[in-house]
Design a protein around this ligand. Structure first.
Ligand SMILES: [Zn+2]
Length: 512
């Protein structure tokens, strides 16, 4: 038995903290409160430390990393994560050729394939993941497996096949469906297609998570579409990484939150998630018009080489931009010759080359075979505060390990949230903040016996110093180990022990 002794218990419910101890027997919380130490216990002194449930990241892109025994999540205090977001899951099998660049988030998978959810879960079992993992089934993956990168409505037989594959994955334990409606091929799914798929989701009492069709000029319509799916099919709807992306759209956020509040009040089962950063990250191709990506990478590159088509792409890219080229940083360049471009903005490259930002962006897509990953400064601090402090919002990483300078959220989301926004900026109480990373996401995603410190719950626990929690990670140096996180227990076993964080981290944890 392990006794986390004499700490400040913040139990994940949002209720006021209390001084007390937590006793763990095997994989389960035995009791919480005033507990005397006895000789059969391993006693861990937690004085002046917060004892909280392990953090739950319901929007992770670590689909591969969880099988690689990587430390990024557990070192932040995360004990459970949900993968398969934004329409991209590693199962069921997708064809390996002709895919859009966005699928490159799985570029590390090599020849490995997972025909269905069961195969993925089997691999998880044997790979000693450091965290507990639940998985959504991705709409882009489903669609790519059935109709490739073809645009437009699915044939009836194709639609049936997509539904059949989704059913099978849900049957095997996937917890829901994710879409990525501004990325191909998920974007080709119209409202009717999504209704049919959400009806399947409903039969399994599962979830629908929506990476919206638009986060910029048409964000209101996009939020309305997600809410309408909830109204029509009664599925719980999770609006993924909510933000108004780009300064030209910042004034829309109040109306967006009003729409969500109204839907919630009228009975739509809706939740929100968000990461605690002003910048986001995606493939550079996400800034191009959707039609230019039809058919996959090779066809995109052909279109960019054709002067007339390039001009059309350029015009629509420019009119779709809600921020400026100096807001867009190059995060990952796959070719070694271009490694020195990492950390520069698209505008920097344009200035060096004596061309416009737009021309530089399109050239970079061509030069990199559409593999460049960007970090893009999209949000205002005022909107970030509104979204993070909204009562329906869970805090997520949306993180992925890539080469170069990946977004710091992969390494520092929870320390940043609890250090910068909760302690330093006092955007909310510690109890409310812990609820947003434990009790709320557990309840929302029906993660049983998770997210609270209660007898009988799984012993997923994070012990940290509220005065010290934080990180040095930033956009320049993204991958520092956090400070102030002292102990992490995953299912009653040590994920992190005091003083071992650096060891666990062991230098730069980026895939090479
Ligand atoms: Zn997304």
């Amino acid at each position: 038995m392990i006794l986390l002794h004499n700490g400040i218990v913040v139990d994940g419910s949002g209720q006021p903290s209390q001084h007390g101890s937590v006793l763990i027997r095997d994989q389960t919380v035995e009791s919480v409160g005033t507990i005397e130490a006895t000789p059969d216990m391993e006693v861990v002194d937690c004085s002046n430390r917060v004892i909280a449930p392990g953090f739950i990241d319901v929007h992770s892109h670590a689909d591969l990393e969880v099988m690689q025994h990587r430390p990024e999540k557990v070192m932040q205090g995360v004990t459970t994560e949900v993968v398969g977001n934004c329409g991209f899951s590693l199962f069921p099998t997708i064809p390996s050729s002709e895919l859009v660049p966005a699928f490159e988030i799985f570029s590390g998978r090599g020849e490995k394939k997972w025909p269905d959810a069961a195969a993925y879960f089997e691999d998880l079992e044997t790979s000693e993941s450091r965290t507990n993992v639940a998985a959504l089934t991705g709409h882009s993956t489903l669609r790519a497996g059935v109709s490739g990168m073809r645009a437009g409505k699915l044939e009836t037989a194709e639609q049936r096949e997509v539904e059949k594959r989704l059913s099978a994955c849900l049957e095997q334990g996937s917890i829901g469906l994710s879409t990525g409606l501004n990325e191909v091929p998920s974007s080709y799914g119209d409202f009717d297609e999504l209704v049919s798929l959400c009806q399947v989701v409903k039969r399994y009492d599962a979830f629908y998570t929506s990476h919206l069709r638009d986060y910029k000029f048409r964000i209101l319509e996009a939020v309305e579409e997600a809410l309408d799916l909830g109204r029509r099919t009664q599925v719980p709807v999770q609006i993924s990484h909510l933000q108004a992306a780009g300064y030209k759209t910042w004034d829309k956020m109040d109306a967006v939150l009003e729409l969500i509040d109204r839907a919630s009040a009228e009975g739509v089962d809706v939740g929100i998630d968000a990461y605690p950063y002003l910048a986001g990250s995606a493939g550079l191709t996400q800034l191009l018009p959707i039609w230019s990506l039809e058919g996959g990478t090779r066809q995109l590159l052909q279109r960019l080489r054709d002067p007339d088509t390039r001009q059309r792409i350029a015009a629509e890219t420019e009119s779709g931009m809600a921020n400026r080229w100096q807001d867009v940083l190059l995060a990952t360049m796959t070719h070694p010759d271009q490694a020195d471009l990492v950390g520069k903005t698209v505008q920097d490259i344009a200035d060096e080359r004596g061309c416009s930002g737009l021309a530089a962006a399109l050239d970079l897509v061509l030069e990199t075979q559409a593999t460049v990953v960007i970090v893009s400064f999209n949000q205002s601090e005022e909107n970030l505060r509104k979204v993070l402090s909204h009562p329906l919002t869970s805090i997520i990483t949306d993180g992925l390990v890539t080469d170069g300078k990946p977004h710091p959220r992969t390494f520092g989301t929870y320390p940043t949230f609890l250090g910068e926004f909760v302690r330093e900026k006092s955007w909310m109480s510690l109890e409310d903040a812990i609820y947003k990373v434990t009790g709320l996401p557990a309840q929302r995603f029906h993660l049983e016996r998770e997210g609270l410190l209660r007898p009988g719950y799984h012993a997923n626990i994070t012990v940290f110093s509220a005065a010290e929690i934080g990180t040095q990670s930033n956009y320049e140096v993204p991958d520092c180990a956090p400070q102030g996180i002292e102990h992490v227990l995953v299912n009653g076993s040590w994920g992190v022990r005091q003083g071992q964080l650096q060891e666990l981290f062991s230098g730069r944890p980026v895939r090479t």
